[in-house]
Design a protein around this ligand. Structure first.
Ligand code: FES
Length: 164
């Protein structure tokens, strides 16, 4: 047995280990970090219920809302559409049923979630079982789907289609 393993097995902490009586390990580590790098390190050491979203990661209910550009309006053909993906990975079908009017739908077919094709002749067709949806309002034109495509709220800003 080496000297270092003797120390570990005899109940001593290995080099760098932190132990503060009565504190959970995370808080103890934060105290040690603060001692090394200053008070700024404490900002990341709050309890999970006291922490605030700083803009990184998942948004919270009180986080400021920001719009995200999905496409340029000019990329969405009049009478047609364009399939895009938002920041969360959601596939969104943008359509432009008439010039300057942009509609957006969750592109998942309401039958079994297959991504519908871009509009053709005013309708989006699901390649899986053939459901068809109106490109202007997402309404079911032909089943087996029974529910319309779910609308997504968007607006036009500076020539871009952005989330509303
Ligand atoms: S998944 Fe679209 S019609 Fe069945």
């Amino acid at each position: 047995m080496t000297e270092s393993t003797e120390k570990l097995t005899s109940g001593m902490q290995p080099a760098g280990a932190v132990e503060v009586a009565g504190l959970p390990r995370r808080q103890a580590l934060c105290l040690a970090a603060a001692a090394c790098v200053g008070v700024g390190a404490l900002a990341a050491c709050g309890t999970p219920t006291a922490s605030k979203d700083t803009g990184a990661g998942e948004p919270t209910a009180d986080a400021p809302h920001s719009s995200t550009s999905l496409a340029k309006v000019s990329d969405v053909p009049v009478g047609g559409g364009k399939l895009v993906t938002d920041q969360s990975g959601l596939r969104i079908m943008l359509t432009q049923p008439s010039e300057g009017v942009i509609k957006a739908f969750d592109a998942r077919c309401t039958h079994q979630n297959t991504i519908v094709d871009e509009p053709n002749s005013g309708a989006m067709t699901c390649p899986n079982h053939g459901s068809r949806f109106n490109a202007a309002d997402g309404a079911v034109l032909r089943g087996p789907a029974r529910s319309p495509l779910n609308p997504i709220s968007v607006q036009i800003s500076g020539g871009n289609v952005v989330t509303a």
